[in-house]
Design a protein around this ligand. Structure first.
Ligand SMILES: NCC(=O)N[C@@H](Cc1c[nH]cn1)C(=O)O
Ligand code: ZN
Ligand code: ZN
Length: 490
């Protein structure tokens, strides 16, 4: 095995890049195999596939020489009272050299739901390459990036090159449902994380065609608001006009959450939002972000705001409220004349610094109860917060940010934009709070990848260049870590 540094770094970089370029079809085939497994964590019927996906990931890590531990995550209670096991989480480690930095990579192998009937042009579980893009559910969120890390490690192993850092992996299978049980897992495995110096997450997108480094995410407070009218669904010809319909109450409640200009109607909800400083305001000016392209990526005509600065601030540093759906409502084709007996409205609030989930829960519950009281309805209202994930913001002066900036510049020829993300990675803040370690997000997905949407994809180029980025990041991280350790020597 050739130790890194004994022959200068550039020949090694060339060797790594060359291997990755010449083996790219193999890496693409691995992604196709992974996407073929419908590991949708929201569907209890697919729990077997999800567990299989976790096992396959564990086997890939074992094949790299990692020690792999599959950790039990307990059981999920379903709405119908049944319980099914959560997929196990993977804790794996590769290398235990105390003179090297230890980096912990987090990812998830569960995916959002996807059906061809939702309007996909291709089968979401049969990865299809069109014009350099790899289409399939999980391509960018998050199977592609997880595999890119595995590819990077595999490249070192196959070339018999020493990996310049110790690597740990934490891979889970329920990120898309809010990572239940992950906080307990980290607490229960404190010794696994004790020697970790840096935590890296690659589970988001660039903002433009320029590579990015992400130092913050919004949180998520996800609510169910249930209105129960009677014991069974009824015929609207037989009961319509003589009863208090649950759906009418629910629609009224949902309509009182947000107005048409995007203003959240819950009293006090913005009280704790951190004020915008002059220094932060200036940050938005230099970020590469094309509003027209973003509209195009989303397939929308008009945004609620007209300037780049306003749009970025409303994605990153102000809360938003989205109504996602209604369980129990008639939603199929045709004209069914039903009165649903029980309906559950689902909405979430993307929380920002310095909002707290417990305060948000109390404000939302009180508001909905007050609005409901005005209806004088005999129906039963229940409000519950299903997910309470906090926002996360990191210190961009941490050494791993310097290493990532260097690696990005080497691979893509330009330094990254420093960005935040409007979505939620529950683990980022949990890790930061529990381990007090530096957390960074190093995305490889393109701005137009369409996470959670129809036609999700990752480009072949981002997947392969991303694999190179991760391989070079190990080298750059070992350098900045060594410098840091040398400075700390008396
Ligand atoms: N790629 C990260 C991601 O999509 N995370 C989910 C997590 C979540 C939040 N509430 C429910 N799930 C996201 O929607 O941000
Ligand atoms: Zn994700
Ligand atoms: Zn996701």
């Amino acid at each position: 095995m050739v130790p890194y540094g004994s022959h200068g770094s550039e020949p090694l970089v060339d060797e790594l890049f060359n291997y990755i370029d010449t083996h790219q079809d193999e890496f693409v085939q691995d992604l196709k195999d992974w996407i073929a497994i419908p590991s949708d964590s929201s569907d209890p019927l697919l729990r077997g596939d999800l567990s299989k996906m976790v096992e396959i990931t564990a086997e890939s890590l074992q094949a790299l020489g990692a020690t792999v531990n599959l950790v039990d995550m307990g059981e999920e209670k379903l709405n119908d009272g049944r319980s099914i096991p959560f997929p196990k989480a993977i804790l794996a480690e590769l290398g235990k050299n105390s003179s090297k930095a230890t980096v912990c990579i987090y990812g998830h192998v569960d995916v959002q739901p996807a059906k061809k009937e939702d309007g996909w042009k291709t089968d979401p579980y049969n990865m299809t390459e069109i014009n350099g893009n790899l289409y399939g559910r999980g391509a960018t969120d998050n199977k592609g990036p997880v595999l890119a890390w595995i590819n990077a490690v595999k490249t070192y192993r196959t070339l018999d090159q020493e990996i310049p850092v110790n690597i740990k992996f934490i891979i889970e299978g329920v990120e898309e449902t809010g990572s239940p049980g992950l906080e307990d897992l980290i607490k229960a495995n404190a010794s696994f994380f004790a020697d970790v110096d840096y935590i890296v997450i690659s589970d988001n997108l660039w903002l433009s065609r320029k590579p990015a480094l992400t130092y913050g995410t919004r949180g998520s407070a996800y609510f169910f608001v249930e209105v129960e009218g009677g014991t069974k669904d009824l015929h609207s010809g037989t009961f319509g006009g003589i009863i208090h319909e649950a759906m009418r109450d629910l629609v009224y409640l949902l309509a009182n959450l947000i107005d048409s200009s995007g203003h959240i109607l819950i009293p006090g909800i913005c009280d704790d939002v951190a004020p915008l400083t002059e220094e932060e305001r200036r940050l938005y000016e230099n970020i590469d972000f094309d509003l027209e392209e973003h509209k195009n990526n989303g397939g929308v005509n008009t945004f609620l705001y007209s300037t780049k600065e306003e749009i970025l601030q409303h994605l990153w540093r102000y809360p938003s409220l989205t109504i996602h759906g209604i369980e129990g409502a008639f939603s199929g084709p045709g004209s069914k004349t039903v009165i649903p007996s029980k309906v559950i409205g689902k909405f979430s609030i993307r929380q920002v610094p310095d909002m707290k989930s417990a305060v948000v829960q109390q404000q939302v519950t009180k508001h909905l109860e007050d609005v409901f009281a005005k209806l004088k309805s005999p129906n039963k209202l229940t409000v519950s917060m299903q997910i309470g994930a906090s926002p996360w913001v990191a210190d961009v002066n941490d050494p791993q940010y310097e290493a990532a900036r260097n690696a990005i510049t080497k691979v893509f020829g330009v330094p990254p934009d420093m960005i935040r993300d409007g979505s939620t990675i529950p683990l980022a803040r949990i890790f930061q709070d529990l381990t007090k370690k530096s957390v960074m997000m190093l995305p490889i997905g393109g701005a137009d990848d369409g996470e959670h949407s129809q036609h999700e994809k990752i480009s072949r180029s981002n997947y392969i260049q991303g694999t190179k980025l991760f391989a070079i990041f190990f080298l750059e991280l070992s350098k900045v870590h060594e410098e840091l350790m040398a400075k700390k020597q008396p």
